[in-house]
Ligand binder design. Structure first.
Ligand SMILES: Cc1ncc(COP(=O)(O)O)c(C=O)c1O
Length: 402
């Protein structure tokens, strides 16, 4: 059971008010709130040992080196990876760019994605199509919005890389990763999964999935902004060429040559966000204390209530399945001929209810479906039924006006 009195202490923002009203935060798919423990760990770095990891062997440098190693171990254990398979990045986007630029993709190589990719897993493939002549094919969802396995079976035969969003930030649905990976491997294709929306909500075991590469962002899972992780199987990482190079990536250099360090160092160029990485370790610890069972149970309870109330209004359409069991912590909806930015602005203005509106960095999907925009409520375990009731009350008022 989640202890909301303790959660309020850990997330002081939840008890703050703007214009005498509490803040109701339903935008965690974009950016989660941060518990005190994460912020304190970062402050400790800045105030107590603000030095470099790895390079300086004085007392402060040694503390940072040890703390960064601890964070790497914590993150590795969290997804059942090995320590040297975790590369710290600034976010999911940077991790996917690392993959796209490091994998030896050649003219004619086929990359498969879904039709619900975040721009982070779309634009870079389009650029490689233009610059390198790779091929990019999209597995379009079936008429019910589900992953089309039959189409995938056909196209994967020819693929070099399957690069797909695991849990969608558009509709909260999750693709059948295990089956997708098994079939890809049977056809000698590698698999990358964008788990930006999975890792904060579900226990993931990369070994059990047998996935080759994964990326996720710290800031969507209670961690500091500008932190992310790129996971890869060690043997595969060893074969990738480095993406960003320079300080911290080489063992030595001469005026004409250099020797690269091993994985993961060869992918972590320059001074890192040490405070952020330490904070990310604390974020993982906090999620583990909360427990994924509790997190999922609370999200589902809220999603069930909001879905049931929203669907009472026949004008509202939910993107993705109506069944909340299939939508993680996401309720993304629109109303024909209504600018959903207006809805989001009014919720914020009237009652400090913060949701996101727009095309949620999945412009390609909205353009294809000719839907102008939508309003997305995204949940996390610190949200309560009382907040959801407030949301529904205000939403109903707004819809009557618009
Ligand atoms: C599914 C998915 N992939 C990738 C990203 C990009 O994450 P970041 O901006 O942290 O790189 C997001 C962010 O919303 C996302 O939801």
């Amino acid at each position: 059971m989640l202890d909301y009195e303790k959660i309020k202490v850990d997330f002081p923002l939840l008890t703050k008010q703007i214009n005498n009203k509490n803040i109701i935060y339903f935008d965690s798919a974009c950016m989660s709130l941060k518990p005190r423990q994460v912020v304190e760990a970062m402050n400790e770095y800045y105030l107590e040992f603000p030095a470099c990891a790895g390079r300086s062997s004085h007392k402060l440098g040694n503390i940072v080196t040890k703390k960064i190693r601890e964070s790497r171990q914590i993150v590795a254990k969290f997804i059942n990876a090995n320590e040297n398979e975790i590369i710290f990045t600034r976010n999911t986007t940077e991790a996917i760019n690392l993959l796209a630029n490091s994998l030896y993709l050649e003219k004619g190589d086929l990359v498969l994605t879904t039709d619900k990719e975040h721009n982070s897993n779309l634009v870079l493939w389009q650029i490689l199509v233009k610059n390198k002549g790779i091929r990019h094919n999209i597995i379009r969802s079936d008429d019910d919005g589900n992953f089309d396995f039959e189409k995938y079976k056909e196209l994967v035969k020819d693929a070099k890389l399957v690069s797909m969003v695991h849990t969608s930030n558009l509709d909260g649905t999750t693709i059948p990763a295990k089956e997708i990976i098994k079939l890809a491997h049977e056809n000698n294709a590698l698999v990358f999964l964008d788990m930006a929306q999975t890792i904060p909500h579900k226990k993931i075991d990369v070994k059990d999935l047998d996935v080759d590469f994964v990326a996720f962002s710290g800031h969507k899972m209670l961690g500091p902004t500008g932190t992310g992780v790129f996971y890869g199987k060690y043997d595969l990482l060893k074969k990738l060429k480095p993406f960003l190079v320079g300080g911290d990536t080489v063992e030595y250099s001469t005026y004409v040559d250099h020797k690269m360090l091993e994985v993961p160092e060869k992918f972590e160029a320059g001074l890192q966000d040490y405070a952020g990485i330490i904070g990310l370790g604390q974020a993982v610890k906090y999620i583990e204390i909360m427990g994924f069972n509790n997190i999922c149970e609370q999200e589902l309870k809220l999603n069930q209530y909001i879905t049931q109330e929203i669907l009472k209004n026949p004008r509202i359409k939910i993107i993705g399945p109506n069944d909340p069991n299939m939508r993680s912590g996401i309720i993304n909806f629109y109303i024909d001929k209504v600018d959903m930015h207006q809805v989001a602005l009014m919720l914020d203005e009237m009652s400090n209810i913060m949701i996101r509106s727009g095309q949620h960095c999945v412009h390609s999907w909205y353009n294809d479906k000719k839907i102008k925009n939508s309003a997305r409520i995204s949940l996390y375990f610190y949200n309560t039924i009382k907040e959801a009731e407030e949301l529904i009350k205000n939403l109903n008022k707004i819809i009557q006006i618009l």
